[in-house]
Ligand binder design. Structure first.
Ligand SMILES: Nc1ncnc2c1ncn2[C@@H]1O[C@H](COP(=O)(O)OP(=O)(O)OP(=O)(O)O)[C@@H](O)[C@H]1O
Length: 308
């Protein structure tokens, strides 16, 4: 469904080139939920910008269902970390969720149906008339998720969507995402700094090397598909998988060679933060849509997280 082939991105700055992504190749099957982790600054956001068609890669290609991505694909939605900057404060919750559907030129009755369905799916059926600033952070991120779901994407990209919410809310949102993924059969690429989150959510964890980036490891998460926060996280296999991912990230930071694509087995020390810095991926950008810098994106997202 999503094919990243030999992707390379070098930023051409003032008198200085930064090779952010050296050579990335991976594939997501239709309906797969994959998490992407890697050391801070390894190029996760750069990769997402290329995958979402917001930025042209220097070399290589991204295809969705066989179609090359040359601009924001119509069947893709993105959820960013900073819900505060991606929701319009002057629109109600309904207005925010409906906006990309208007841009899609859907008839009013269909828009209403999709907005109702999406708000119900994220547990905000009661909050349609409120404004984002009247809601908690977790609720605002639910609105952003509802907006993405209402758009009926085949591919959903999420760039550290839960980094700014508290631990309890984060756990609820993780379960929400797994539920929505199962219900709507989307292909999901979920970027996170949090190793536990990656293992808990994903069917697979793709570990990126330090910049210039390649795939360090590709770990199949062979945990049962029915997951819950208590049972899954206390399973011995969960501990093994998080240790394996942690070790690969340490290898990535130290520059020792990874396994490339293909999962390996293992156990060992565990950790939770891929960055080791608490750094925030979106800080590398200058806006929720990803912007600016020496080599800014070639296209803008819709204000919605739906991309056009
Ligand atoms: N617009 C830009 N111009 C020049 N260099 C850039 C630009 N954007 C990112 N970079 C560089 O590219 C590399 C990868 O950055 P990117 O933001 O993609 O990493 P990241 O993995 O998302 O970071 P983090 O984990 O800290 O959020 C870094 O070295 C960064 O400094």
């Amino acid at each position: 469904m999503l094919d990243v082939d030999g992707l390379r991105k070098t930023y051409n700055g003032r008198g200085r080139d930064v090779e952010a992504v050296r050579d990335l190749t991976f594939r997501l099957a239709e309906g797969e939920l994959s998490c992407l982790v890697g050391p801070s600054g390894c190029g996760k956001t750069t990769l997402l910008k290329c995958v979402s068609g917001l930025m042209r890669p220097t070399a290589g290609a991204v295809t969705i269902d066989g179609r090359p991505v040359t601009g924001p694909p119509p069947d893709m939605a993105v959820v960013f970390q900073e819900y505060g900057r991606s929701l319009f404060p002057w629109l109600t919750v309904r207005g925010n969720v409906e906006l990309p559907l208007k841009e899609k030129r859907l008839p009013k009755a269909r828009r209403r149906e999709l907005v109702d369905g999406a708000l119900e799916a994220v547990g905000l059926a009661h909050a349609g008339a409120q404004h984002p600033w009247e809601l908690s952070g977790g609720m605002q991120q639910r609105v952003a998720i509802a907006r993405a779901i209402a758009y009926e994407p085949r591919v959903l990209l999420m760039d550290e969507p839960f980094a700014a919410v508290d631990a309890q809310t984060r756990a609820d949102l993780e379960d929400l995402i797994r539920g929505l993924w199962q219900r709507f059969s989307m292909t999901v690429l979920f970027v996170t700094h949090d190793i536990d989150e990656a293992v808990y959510l994903g069917q697979r964890v793709i570990v990126l090397s330090a910049s210039p980036t390649v795939v360090q490891d590709d770990v199949r998460v062979d945990l049962p598909e029915e997951r819950d926060q208590l049972t899954t996280r206390s399973a011995p296999r969960f501990a093994e998988l998080r240790a394996q991912v942690y070790r690969e990230i340490q290898n990535a930071k130290n520059g020792s060679g990874g396994g490339g694509e293909g999962a390996a087995e293992g156990g060992g020390t565990a950790g939770t933060d891929a960055s080791g810095t608490g750094a925030d991926a979106s800080e590398a950008d200058e806006g929720a849509g990803g912007a600016g810098g020496a080599d800014g994106p070639d296209r803008a997202p819709t204000p919605s997280g739906g991309l056009r």
